[in-house]
Design a binder for this molecule. Sequence first.
Ligand SMILES: Nc1ncnc2c1ncn2[C@@H]1O[C@H](COP(=O)(O)OP(=O)(O)OP(=O)(O)O)[C@@H](O)[C@H]1O
Ligand SMILES: [Mg+2]
Length: 317
Amino acid sequence: MAFLEARDLVVEYATRRGPVRALDEASLEVAAGEVVGVVGESGSGKSTIGVALARLLPGNARVSSGDVLVGGRSVLAMGDEELRALRRDTLGFVFQDPIGTLDPTARIGRQLGWMIGGKPGDRELVEHLERVRLPDPERTLRAFPHQLSGGMAQRVSIALALARAPQAVIADEPTASLDASVRSEILELLVSLTREAGTALMLMSHDLRAVRRFCTRVAVVYGGRVVETAPAQELFSSPQHPYTRALLDAAPGAEAPGETLRPIAGIPPVLHGAFRGCAFVGRCACAVEACSVERPVVHSDDHDVLCHLAPVKEKAA
Ligand SMILES: Nc1ncnc2c1ncn2[C@@H]1O[C@H](COP(=O)(O)OP(=O)(O)OP(=O)(O)O)[C@@H](O)[C@H]1O
Ligand SMILES: [Mg+2]
């Protein structure tokens, strides 16, 4: 059963150039304990899904339709108290820029204390930092965020995200701003700590190699929709959606020896309202007439593909 769920979610941002439809009936599920990678080009809507799950969308955003559920409860229908508890106890967040997300005016120990609540003793605070394998936890507790390296600050952010033993963590490109040498260590830490605790992890990333290595399932987002979702192994070995195939082909490492990278031709769409067809139609080499006028819908058990050309599978009873 899904622990996190976006169901046919439509989110629009008001901008000076009119509405931008960031999510266009996006559906995504993360089961308890699962590690789900969310991939897709810049602007496809990954971060919007993440913040919508905790109703943390900015003021110019509006959920036009659909629903968001955590533990089976509609987040959109929650009152203030329930929403506060959801953000504080049930969900943890790790963002791209760790130093920017920490309070610059407070020492790490204080920030960790706020997160844990009550009056944690020094020993307890140290234990939280030891868990994220910070080499000198006592010193880190006394430090201000600007005194930490990016990698250390991200370890602190992970400690903060896990401090209240959340049931799910949403990590939005948690290593994108870090030095390449520490990226895989930090990701490994996040994945191993969440796995140990049985915490669901939703990982937005541009790093397909990392997603392949760490995720149990992958959701591919394009034009505000999840166009394909499958167990990670299956998605990488037999991608079905033409966009997924193009995305995998364009990833560094996918090129044959001596060959250059094959970027996806064209640019992703910015949707301004409801769209009748498949958003990938303009860039798809296999498009047929129906792709411009009909929304592809496919139901299946564990490998969903929203493409007119994909074999239609019936939902398992
Ligand atoms: N606060 C905002 N105001 C207006 N438009 C926004 C806002 N945030 C996002 N958008 C737009 O919504 C769409 C989806 O953005 P989102 O940040 O969710 O994509 P993303 O997949 O996370 O991209 P990236 O990989 O660059 O992080 C984009 O067209 C983006 O420009
Ligand atoms: Mg993003």
